[in-house]
Design a protein around this ligand. Sequence first.
Ligand SMILES: Cc1cc2nc3c(=O)[nH]c(=O)nc-3n(C[C@H](O)[C@H](O)[C@H](O)COP(=O)(O)O)c2cc1C
Length: 240
Amino acid sequence: MRRIQKPPSKTAAKRAANKATLASVRIRKRSQTAAKTAQFATAAVRAPAQRRLVVGITGASGVIYGIRLLEALKGSGIESHLVLSRAAEMTIAYETSYAIKDVKALAHTVYPVGDIGAAVSSGSFQTLGMVILPCSMKTLAEIATGVTTTLLSRAADVTLKERRRLVLVPRETPLHLGHLRNMTAVTEMGAIVAPPMPGFYAMPQNLDDLINHTVGRVLDLFGLDAGLVKRWAGRPPASS
Ligand SMILES: Cc1cc2nc3c(=O)[nH]c(=O)nc-3n(C[C@H](O)[C@H](O)[C@H](O)COP(=O)(O)O)c2cc1C
């Protein structure tokens, strides 16, 4: 007895159609990948990260350190991507004779501290890392807790999550246990805490020498040398 073949159900027909579509997508994808590979083979691999340093200046005392760092980077081939906190603008006015617009003019790019959507708020914007100098206890606390309320602390958080170098130059004295705990926390997360403590072995003659030494040693942490550091090369040989 001949079996009556059932006509293919609607679902089976759909499944067959889907299979065909998938196969053609796969083929298209393969040819697209081949085209991409050919394109990668000819395109130069770029390293924009090697040129960009994010610089944060907060409202702690010692804003001149941040300004000197911007001066050292200007024209050096390293792009400074600056975020100034609101308090930093106050402290710059209190402690220096620089106009805010002149400080901003030293940077390659300036981002408003409230612009949480700026390039430096994303890890996909490649950088060498970030330095915050001087770093206030408030910004330190934001970084230590991850409760980042401004572009400045957000950019620091991003630097940590991308496992890039984050150098904090805190300025406060004396320190309470909360400050010390926050410094421990950021160190555990991968940051480097580098307080601006002058090295007297360089025989500083004036304030400028002290500032340059600190800024130069901060740049050392990024493998950059702006010629600001008088380096210790051991004691001179004793004369006979
Ligand atoms: C002249 C001046 C000096 C200050 N010095 C310090 C300081 O050395 N360390 C500190 O943590 N805060 C200091 N502050 C207070 C900070 O500016 C304040 O805590 C501010 O909220 C920090 O905000 P920011 O981290 O967003 O810049 C100073 C403020 C002024 C006006």
